[in-house]
Design a protein around this ligand. Sequence first.
Ligand code: GRF
Length: 197
Amino acid sequence: MSSSKRLVVLASGSGSNFEALVQRARQEHWPVHFTLICDRPKAKVIRRANRLGIPTVVLPTRHYADRNHYNRDLLRTLQSLEPVDLVVLAGYMKILPPSVVQAFQGRIVNIHPSLLPAYPGLDAIRRAFEAGEPWTGVTVHWVDEGVDTGPVIAQVEVPILPTDTLETLEARIHEAEHALYPSVVASLLGLKPSTDG
Ligand code: GRF
């Protein structure tokens, strides 16, 4: 169907954002075809994709002689899925190579658990918590060749409460992510904005 959109999700870990996206797409009948690409054969996101019936490509890093070979296959895999409307990074733990960023310029988004530019990189939730910040949040941004440096598309603030533990804060952040990311993706795909996002 020509009006159907193709969305490729790259994930390495649990996949809760991937699942939130697929569930929202199904609830709202988005005309979207999902594919998952995962770099870790044992990642929980693969089990979620199997349960949800989403086609999955696994590119295990350790099967490659070096990162260049892995990057070349990643680019080939993405190109084989063209036309791709959006590449959605959802807990993808590698930095995308310039070849992929350039080939999909303006079509790659990421979600990060902080109010960028604060706390880019790893362990963003813990670092904001340990710094005693009163607020942190979630950012969806375009992906460029840096680490969490691309232009911001949307942010939501999340308070850090005096009663929070790292675990309660993480749960609140993930809840905010699961609402924000599907709404932003729907909007970028030109789909009708949801009222419950
Ligand atoms: C999320 O916190 C996201 O912001 C970050 O990685 C985490 C992925 O979680 N980029 P999940 O795999 O979607 O559960």
